[in-house]
Structures are given as C-alpha cells and as structure tokens.
Ligand binder design. Structure first.
Ligand SMILES: NC(=O)c1ccc[n+]([C@@H]2O[C@H](COP(=O)([O-])OP(=O)(O)OC[C@H]3O[C@@H](n4cnc5c(N)ncnc54)[C@H](OP(=O)(O)O)[C@@H]3O)[C@@H](O)[C@H]2O)c1
Length: 213
C-alpha cells in the first residue's frame, strides 16, 4: 500500500519506518525541505521503500495521507497538498500550545484539531488516530506481550475498517472511538499521556492498554 506521510520527524519518521519494515508499505514523506538531513536519514534507512518531496508531490502518491506536523503548521501543510478529494487522511496532531500552566491543549471541549483538519482538508475523509501515545511506542506498541491501545475516530464508516487495519499493522490493539467529534476526547487523552510522561515522572516508556474481564 502507498502512504503519504506529511512530516518526517519523531512521529512521521517512526510511522514510515514501521509501516515499511513491518508491513512492506511504500512511503512518500512530504516536508517543506525534502533534502534536510533528518528527512534524508529516514529515506536512506528505508532503502527503496521510501522517498521524500514536498507535500504537493506526496499527496497524489497515495490514497492514505498521515498528518504528522506540529499543530501550528497543520493548516499550511494541508493547504500545501492541493486537491485532497477522495483521500483518507489520518490526523496524528495534538493542538499543543504553551499556556500559563505550561504545555496544554490550545482548543478542546467544543472543537478539536481533528475537526479543524477536516474543515481545512476539503473533500478528504479525516480520521483522528495515532495521537494518544509517544512516538517510541508507535515503533514498539507491545508491552510484555500485551498490545497497547490506539483509538481511531472518524465519520466515514465505509473506510474505517481500512484505517483500523492500517493502524493495527503497527502492532496496536485498535479501538473504534466513534465519530470524528470524539477527537475532542482523544486529544484530551493524549494530553493526559503527555502530562504523566513529562510532568509526573512516568517517562515515555509506558502506554495505555485495554484490559478485559
Ligand atoms: N512526539 C510524539 O511523541 C507525538 C506523539 C503523538 C502525536 N504527536 C503529534 O504529532 C505531531 C508531530 O510531532 P513530532 O514530535 O513528530 O514533531 P517533529 O519531530 O518536530 O516533526 C515535525 C515534522 O513536520 C514537518 N513540517 C513542519 N511544517 C511543515 C509543513 N508546513 N509542511 C510539511 N511538513 C512540515 C517537519 O519537517 P520540515 O520542517 O522539513 O518541513 C518535521 O519533519 C505534532 O502535532 C504532535 O503533537 C507527537
């Protein structure tokens, strides 16, 4: 399968590597500066499985597009991709900003980054996914034999099973978290992971999982 990943940093580089190496998918990274050392290092690591260009070059390559830019670059990145009609876009961003209490969510409760991404990405089908754990866990989501959880929220029920399969190929237990408006919950959930990891001393090497009776 062909996947365009917008951004080749912590999250983009990790996801591209995992999909190429675990599932054999072909990756096209779309970044502002495709010749940067960071982007070229990932492309080299993946050999013939990856290439890099601008977002406008990456988007037509694939039906699946994964947005992994900083939140303050998300709108520009989406607009720079051009026509997104018929594309399936996974939004991994979190709307983070520094506030009076330190790092927090810039928006929430009555709107989410996922819904804003859908408004900017005209014609695309947007899913919120891959935002609720650290990038290290995206490389290795299994803890002592237990899959950590990843949620997928989106309104396009016809394509949701394909998105769930794509995320599951990384090694997560994937849970359908309902419509895209539930991105409001998933972004707050991500903020809890960040709070615990960074401010409360848990570090980055843990994840949320579903346990059942
Ligand atoms: N870090 C985590 O553990 C984690 C976990 C879950 C979700 N997230 C979310 O995922 C997003 C990315 O985080 P990150 O840690 O991967 O950030 P990062 O390491 O800073 O990488 C950001 C990437 O976005 C690219 N970029 C910036 N502006 C762009 C634009 N206009 N068009 C295309 N590409 C652009 C950058 O490349 P150029 O500058 O070359 O364009 C870079 O490759 C954030 O929204 C974050 O909240 C992060």
């Amino acid at each position: 399968m062909r996947i365009a990943i917008i951004g080749a940093g912590n999250v983009g580089g990790t996801l591209g590597t995992a999909w190429a190496q675990k599932a054999g998918h072909e990756i096209f990274f779309g970044v502002r500066n495709p010749t940067s050392d960071q982007t070229q290092a990932v492309v080299r690591r993946l050999g013939g499985k990856a290439q890099a260009g601008t977002p406008a070059q990456a988007a037509p390559f694939a039906e699946f597009i994964v947005l992994t830019t900083p939140w303050n670059a998300a709108e520009a990145a989406i607009r720079s991709m051009g026509d997104l009609k018929g594309k399936i876009l996974l939004d991994a961003t979190n709307p983070l900003a520094m506030g009076p209490d330190g790092l927090g969510l810039e928006i929430g409760h009555d709107i989410s980054a996922g819904e804003k991404v859908q408004a900017w990405a005209t014609g695309a089908s947007v899913f919120k996914a891959l935002n609720t754990t650290g990038f290290g866990n995206m490389a290795d989501p299994v803890f002592r034999g237990v899959k950590s959880v990843m949620f997928v929220a989106g309104d396009d029920t016809a394509n949701k099973p394909r998105v769930i399969a794509l995320v599951a190929a990384l090694g997560f237990e994937v849970v359908d978290a309902g419509p895209l408006r539930n991105a409001r919950l998933l972004e707050a959930h991500a903020m809890l992971w960040i709070e615990l990891a960074i401010k409360r001393g848990l570090g980055r090497d843990w994840a949320f999982a579903i346990v059942r009776r």
